[in-house]
Design a protein around this ligand. Structure first.
Ligand code: CA
Length: 274
């Protein structure tokens, strides 16, 4: 009986050993299969089949290799995308940045727009029912055609009827076509400019007048091709009738232009460039 028990024990031990061996064999196969799958994930780059095979591999070593391969692929793809995005951003900035003229004159901090000639979008002509009329008189005119560069600003008691202002409006056909009203000063020579200022009427003028919604400055050398200098950052100020909207810059140009947008009126009194 004791002999039988020993034999039984030995048989049990042997079969346990066999089981263990076969388990070891399974492990070996699994890990080699996994690592070959993982290395195929490695070589076949971003293929989703490879990465799903890799992630289903039983061995955790294999899957961590695969995921590191996948993540390094992903990060190198991402960084190459990022760098190409960066280079295209740089090139588009370069192409839109105003080209500087090395022969530009210095302003020495002076307002070089003072007394210079200029052109503007059509001023508003208000007909009946407050609507645009080609035949109406200009409602808020440029009294002597030098208001924009005469160096004279509206006083603190100015109203919308004050002569220092000229008035544009969004319901003018030209505005509807272009989506902005523009004033353009010819400085006469190419200058190196560091500051552009447009003086505009504010909501203190009442009657629905406010500072323009946006003001974007441009420069040009030929008066035809204008390059954006940037959008001005400002807020309507109801405490004073005239608001100086300034954009600091580092550009050269002979023609300086301000383009205004608004849902209603745009009142302007002076354009300065220095
Ligand atoms: Ca003026």
């Amino acid at each position: 009986m004791r002999k039988l028990a020993i034999l039984l024990a030995l048989a049990l031990a042997f079969s346990a050993c066999l089981l263990a061996l076969s388990a070891c064999g399974d492990d070996g196969e699994t890990s080699s299969a996994a690592s070959s799958e993982a290395s195929s994930a490695d070589s076949s780059a971003t293929s989703s089949a490879a990465s799903s095979a890799a992630s289903s591999a039983a061995s955790s070593a294999a899957s961590s290799e695969a995921s590191s391969a996948a993540s390094s692929e992903a990060s190198s793809a991402a960084s190459s995308e990022a760098s190409s995005a960066a280079s295209s951003a740089t090139s588009s900035e370069a192409s839109s940045a105003p080209e500087k003229n090395p022969n530009a004159l210095a302003t020495n901090g002076e307002n070089v727009a003072l007394g210079k000639t200029y052109t503007t979008s059509p001023l508003y002509r208000q007909g009946t029912d407050y609507k645009w009329s080609d035949t109406a008189e200009i409602t808020y005119p440029d009294t002597d055609n030098k208001e924009l560069t005469d160096g004279i600003l509206p006083g603190d008691d100015a109203t919308y009827g004050s002569a220092e202002f000229m008035g544009f409006a969004a319901s003018c056909p030209d505005y509807e076509a272009n989506k902005y009203a523009a004033v353009t000063v010819d400085l006469g020579e190419v200058y190196a400019l560091s500051k552009l200022t447009l003086h505009v009427g504010t909501s203190k003028l009442t009657g629905g007048i406010t500072a323009p919604a946006t003001i974007e400055f441009f420069v040009s050398e030929d008066g035809t091709n204008f390059v954006s200098v940037g959008m001005a950052n400002y807020k309507d100020d109801p405490t004073k009738p005239d608001l100086a909207v300034t954009l600091e810059c580092d550009v050269t140009g002979r023609y300086v232009q301000a383009r205004m947008t608004s849902a209603g009126w745009m009142f302007v009194s002076e354009f300065e460039a220095s």
